[in-house]
Design a protein. Structure first.
Length: 221
């Protein structure tokens, strides 16, 4: 089924600050999604542990799971790629950002409310099926929490945690945050940021091992 498009905001640069403002406006209007699927580029992902970015951390604290496709595999987000193509054909390229935004706004009205879609039998629009999320945008961003049995560590200003008489670098963007360590074997823990596992701390070989979040994805329990 083609998704309804809740927002299409033109930005001069895809920075964390500008993208967060656009997301917050959509969340306040339509509620919080359970997950957001993106590619791995900024501001959605990074080269750090678990591919975490500032934007992804904010989503996690709001209870949104970041889902990132594998690099070079746009077919893993085929519906979104198809939507991009439809949007580009419908809007074209305008001479300035204000004109481009007006074109986006007009086309969203057509796409959601006027243009019938083949997968809906050519006689229904996405707006006829769309429902806002029942999860409202909170007045305050929650703290990260973990189940009983997890070893909970505060990340130091340098981006590291203390464990087994040494410091382990996690990520600079996590400084001041709480991470949860779920023991899986003697000297081995899964490292969680909220419900998202970002790596495996192995005290036997003194390193935090990355994990494939699309294949080897333990869940918080």
């Amino acid at each position: 089924m083609p998704p309804a498009v809740t927002a299409c905001q033109g930005l001069r640069r895809s920075t964390y600050a500008q993208t967060r403002i656009a997301c917050e406006q959509a969340f306040r209007t339509y509620g919080l999604p359970r997950a957001i699927r993106t590619d791995n580029g900024e501001p959605f992902g990074s080269c750090g542990l678990g591919g975490l970015s500032r934007l992804a951390l904010w989503w996690i604290k709001l209870g949104i799971i970041p889902e990132r496709i594998q690099p070079g595999r746009p077919q893993q987000n085929a519906r979104h790629e198809r939507l991009h193509g439809t949007l580009k054909r419908g809007c074209g390229i305008r001479s300035n950002l204000a004109q481009q935004q007006r074109a986006f706004d007009r086309y969203l009205q057509i796409y959601n409310n006027e243009r019938c879609h083949q997968t809906l039998g050519r006689h229904q629009t996405p707006a006829m099926h769309y429902q806002s999320s029942p999860r409202p945008y909170p007045s305050r961003v929650p703290e990260l929490t973990y189940p009983d049995g997890y070893l909970v560590k505060r990340v130091h200003p340098a981006g590291s945690i203390a464990l087994c008489a040494r410091y382990w670098y996690v990520a600079q963007i996590l400084r001041g945050e709480w991470v949860g360590l779920n023991p899986i074997d003697d000297g081995i823990w899964y490292v969680f940021v909220g419900p998202v596992c970002v790596g495996r701390l192995n005290a036997r070989n003194t390193r935090i091992e990355p994990i494939n979040t699309l294949i080897d994805m333990p869940t918080l329990h």
